[in-house]
Ligand binder design. Structure first.
Ligand code: RB5
Length: 157
């Protein structure tokens, strides 16, 4: 998951709380040369965030996209919901530093953000950092991320 590959597919999904921001970020992605896989929602009408987090998890687990952006009012609901799927490492980020670290340390494959708590400029900068920052592979971070898989498969939670 390194720097922008021109025609890489990036999945985007939101509930109503993230809908306006999703439209802005989808346009930004298209401008940068990414293909956008828009999983909804398609209007500002109230919907349930777990449904869109599930759509994102399905798209990544099935390989339709390797990375995605999930939005709700805070980023918290979609983050919690998406992380129930062991294929997902969703990071709720509020600034460029957390977005960058989510890639370097956690190999996050989903960036979760809140349309009601972030302005579009900050969210766009977070997305750019998320897309362009590589995972620090091969050392302690790789070992720790590998343990996330073990936690998922041995947990009774
Ligand atoms: C919807 O009102 C809101 O609860 C949702 O967008 C999200 O912030 C949940 O975590």
């Amino acid at each position: 998951m390194e720097a922008a590959e021109k025609d890489e597919v990036i999945a985007v999904a939101s509930d109503h709380g993230g809908y306006a921001l999703k439209r802005i970020l989808a346009a930004m992605l298209s401008e940068k040369g990414y293909q956008v896989l828009d999983l909804g929602t398609d209007s500002p009408e109230s919907v349930d965030y777990p449904d869109y987090a599930q759509a994102m998890a399905d798209a990544i687990e099935s390989g339709r996209a390797r990375r995605g952006v999930l939005l709700c009012g805070t980023g918290i609901g979609v983050g919690i919901a998406a992380n129930r799927n062991p294929a997902i490492r969703a990071a709720v980020c509020h600034d460029v530093a957390t977005a960058r670290l989510s890639r370097q340390h956690n190999d996050a494959n989903v960036l979760a953000m809140g349309g009601r708590v972030l302005d579009a400029e900050t969210a766009g900068a977070c997305l750019q950092a998320f897309l362009e920052t590589p995972f620090q592979n091969g050392g302690r971070h790789q070992r720790r991320v590998a343990k996330l898989g073990l936690v998922a498969s041995h947990s009774n939670l």
